[in-house]
Design a protein around this ligand. Structure first.
Ligand SMILES: [Zn+2]
Ligand SMILES: [Zn+2]
Length: 340
């Protein structure tokens, strides 16, 4: 079978590998849809702080069960979370599932951009496989993982308590945050990006727009993006350290900054701590998602509360996956999905 791997720096290669067979407690999945995530692009550039497996926004059909698997049938349409916590350690007891030391240690094999992949027994036994409702298509299902990440981030900053927000980054997760905030009742949201293509996409989704790092002739900067209202919430949906600093300067006193995009390894910022202190803002980082949020994400997609397929601008077959990565790395793409 074919599977996608990290090749030379900045490149991916499709390789012919042996089709895995599920051992005790494992399940084999036939991939049906897998989204290209910004972290996949960082991985192939060697910048990522996360494990080097490609493809985690993935759904498929159960092809084969290992010995002893209960409650899952061959042919089931499922979302398979690539990581799972232990649910027993001190961090898990506090609900910090994505901080659990076990969480990133368990992964699908060989990855989501594969004809077939195995879900480890650890994940299967810890509820990381969720059934896809009939009304949720495979393409929609490929958004469960990133949507779960956004739900987790927004709950960490108590987004329900606020009404105005700015978002740095009009990529797929920036725009997923936008659509979630709109679903939560926000009407005053601005999105910033350096790409005109992405800004006009955000604008069509109902966002005000701005250009981070200074206004152009026609465009606003972050501070004036909400027409004089200082945003209560700022979401940094990019790994750019400059965006984080801009967000901290722009958010209203007492406001919240959500650090959502993974900064490249070794990123540092220089910060006037006295100003930060006096403005009383809170910076909250959020990494990944647990089943608490992926379960909510499934329900949200099933109810039709949010239609993330609007974000798909490019579709590819598995054999075209290298092209999917090239396109996703350019600025004229929002979401690229690979369908099996
Ligand atoms: Zn992702
Ligand atoms: Zn744990």
């Amino acid at each position: 079978m074919r599977s996608l791997f990290i090749g030379a720096p900045g490149e991916v290669v499709l390789r012919e590998v042996e089709k895995p067979s599920p051992k005790k407690g494992e399940i084999l999945i036939e991939m049906r849809s897998c989204g290209v995530c910004g972290t996949d692009l960082e991985k192939i550039r060697g910048e990522a702080a996360t494990p080097p497996v490609l493809g985690h926004e993935v759904v498929g059909e159960v092809a084969e069960l290992g010995r002893g698997v209960r409650g899952i049938q061959t042919g089931d349409r499922v979302f398979t979370h690539h990581h799972a916590p232990c649910y027993e350690c001190e961090l898990c007891r506090r609900g910090e599932y994505t901080m659990c030391a076990e969480f990133p240690r368990h992964n699908i094999n060989p990855g989501g951009f594969s004809e077939y992949y195995v879900v480890p027994a650890w994940n299967v036994s810890r509820g990381a496989v969720l059934p896809l409702p009939d009304s949720v298509s495979f393409e929609e299902g490929s958004f469960i993982e990133p949507l779960g990440c956004c739900i987790r981030g927004l709950s960490k900053v108590n987004a329900m308590n606020f009404m105005s927000a700015i978002i740095y980054g009009a990529g797929p997760v920036g725009l997923t945050h936008l659509m979630l905030l709109q679903h939560y009742g926000y009407t005053n949201v601005a999105v910033g990006d350096l790409s005109e293509y992405r800004l006009s996409f955000a604008s069509r989704l109902g966002a005000k727009i701005f250009r981070p790092g200074g206004a152009g002739q026609k465009q606003k900067n972050a501070g004036s993006a909400l027409d004089g209202v200082a945003p209560e919430l700022a979401i940094v949906a990019t790994g750019s350290p400059a965006a984080l600093i801009d967000a901290m300067k722009t958010v209203s006193p007492g406001g919240r900054v959500l650090l959502f995009g993974a900064p490249p390894r070794g990123s540092t910022v220089s910060l006037d701590l006295s100003r930060y202190f006096l403005r009383g803002i809170a910076v909250q980082a959020s990494y990944s998602t647990s089943e608490k949020e992926t379960t909510l994400a499934v329900r949200m997609l099933e109810s039709g509360a949010i239609d993330l397929t609007k974000l798909i601008t490019h579709r590819f077959r598995l054999e075209e996956a290298p092209q999917a990565f090239r396109v996703a790395g350019e600025q004229k793409c929002i979401k690229a999905v690979v369908n099996g």
